[in-house]
Design a protein around this ligand. Structure first.
Ligand SMILES: *Cc1c(COP(=O)(O)O)cnc(C)c1O
Length: 403
């Protein structure tokens, strides 16, 4: 419940990323909101204790550590300010915890959720495990379905989960079309917006009800913090907050401080990630060893037209398919890279390369590529150095293929 969303909506993205959430009562004049660590809050008197507790909504009132301190409130406020039209944000100790709370705030036993087939694998696991056990069924749909989603809606359908672009294969969904159908049929929409962040895709303004970020990725930006957030459209925040309180969710003040520290430089980092990733993706397209580059800003990527229509920019994560080749040849290429680390996650200042096998994580669609896939998270190194590194890797790929 940011008090300054009204004013800040007029400002540019970068200005908001710098100024948002820095209320004087939380900073006390210090530029960055300090780490307010707390479990116990002391009260003046029994009457004071009872008065605070009686206010069922203790939002932005020190009450007990689990309900947060100014460090958490400030970051939540800032993320709300980056989403014009949003009501409020709740923070979580990971992106997956954020997805779980968002889904549980909407779904009840007997409900069905429509989930995009390209959802992040742990999101799929949650559907097949926890949600199923609670009597909530999941139907997976083609990321390119668009208005066709209407045909999948049944009596028990309650929500639609989107992730755009999709994990591993980067299909860009027709979000306005799906949101239009959802609103007409009274369904709640949830979007995993970790790739674009609100800077490149303001999800609430596009009609999404609950926008999820793995803040571990670009918001933190330095590969040193686990954090998640859900930002809610008007009418959806109270239930999200109640559900999250009942689940006992609280993101640590130290981690929120790191999240806020990352957020201040998000604009310049994303601009650089975007420029370097595009340069590298274009270079890969010219290489005979590469069959297809899956980057939303390039025409080979399914949903490229949706990207051009809806997004303000592209971040630094994309994938490419090798032109034939085995898992062994792919591993030879990745192992030969010096500057690219081999590891999960993405969105940090350092580049990463990862072998990915989307066919293992799909049920409604069948990914079909000319060769194995590699996902790259382009960091803040010089693009020329990264290209030279990939050139070395491709030479090892050719050698492993006997070409
Ligand atoms: C990493 C990731 C998450 C989960 O974030 P964690 O903080 O690692 O739990 C969610 N969605 C997407 C698309 C991701 O890549």
């Amino acid at each position: 419940m940011s008090d300054d969303t009204g004013d800040s909506a007029r400002l540019g993205n970068n200005t908001r990323a710098v100024t948002a959430g820095r209320r004087e009562e939380w900073t006390r004049g210090i530029v960055s909101v300090p780490v307010w660590r707390a479990s116990t809050i002391l009260y003046e008197s029994v009457a004071d204790l009872r008065a605070t507790g009686a206010r069922g909504d203790t939002h932005h009132t020190l009450f007990y550590g689990r309900r947060g301190t100014p460090t958490q409130w400030s970051l939540a406020d800032a993320l709300t300010a980056l989403e014009p039209g949003a009501e409020g944000t709740f923070l979580y100790p990971s992106g997956v915890a954020a997805i779980a709370a968002a889904l549980l705030s909407v779904l009840s036993p007997g409900d069905e959720v429509l989930m995009v087939d390209t959802a992040y694998d742990p999101t799929r696991s949650m559907a097949m495990g926890l949600l199923k056990r609670l009597g909530i069924s999941t139907r997976f749909y083609d990321p390119m379905i668009g208005v066709g989603i209407g045909a999948l809606i049944g009596d028990r359908t309650r929500a639609i989960l989107l992730e755009s672009p999709g994990s591993l294969t980067f299909e860009v969904q027709d979000v306005p079309a799906i949101v239009g159908v959802a609103k007409a049929r009274g369904l709640v929409t949830l979007l995993d917006n970790s790739w674009a962040t609100p800077l490149y895709f303001p999800a609430i303004a596009h009609g999404i009800d609950l926008s999820v970020l793995a803040c571990t990725k670009y918001i933190g930006g330095h590969s040193d913090v686990m954090l998640g957030s859900v930002t809610a459209a008007p009418g959806h925040f109270a239930r999200l907050r109640d559900t999250s309180f009942q689940l006992g969710q609280v993101a640590s003040a130290d981690d929120c401080w790191l999240g806020a520290r990352g957020l201040r430089t998000l604009g310049v980092r994303l601009a650089q990630h975007q420029a370097s990733a595009l340069t590298i993706a274009q270079w890969l397209r010219t290489r005979p060893e590469v069959a297809q580059v899956l980057h939303p800003a390039l025409p080979d990527c399914p949903g490229h037209a949706h990207f051009l229509r809806d997004f303000a920019g592209a971040s630094g994560l994309f994938a490419f398919a090798l032109n034939g080749g085995s898992d062994t040849a792919r591993a030879a290429m990745i192992d030969a890279l010096d500057l690219f680390g081999i590891g999960y996650s993405w969105g940090g200042f350092e580049s990463l390369a990862l072998p990915v096998d989307p066919a293992r994580h799909r049920s409604a669609t069948r990914p079909d590529f000319a060769g194995p896939l590699i996902r790259l998270s382009i960091g803040l190194e010089d693009a020329d150095d990264l290209i030279a590194d990939l050139d070395r890797g491709l030479a090892q790929f050719r050698a492993a293929m006997g070409r």
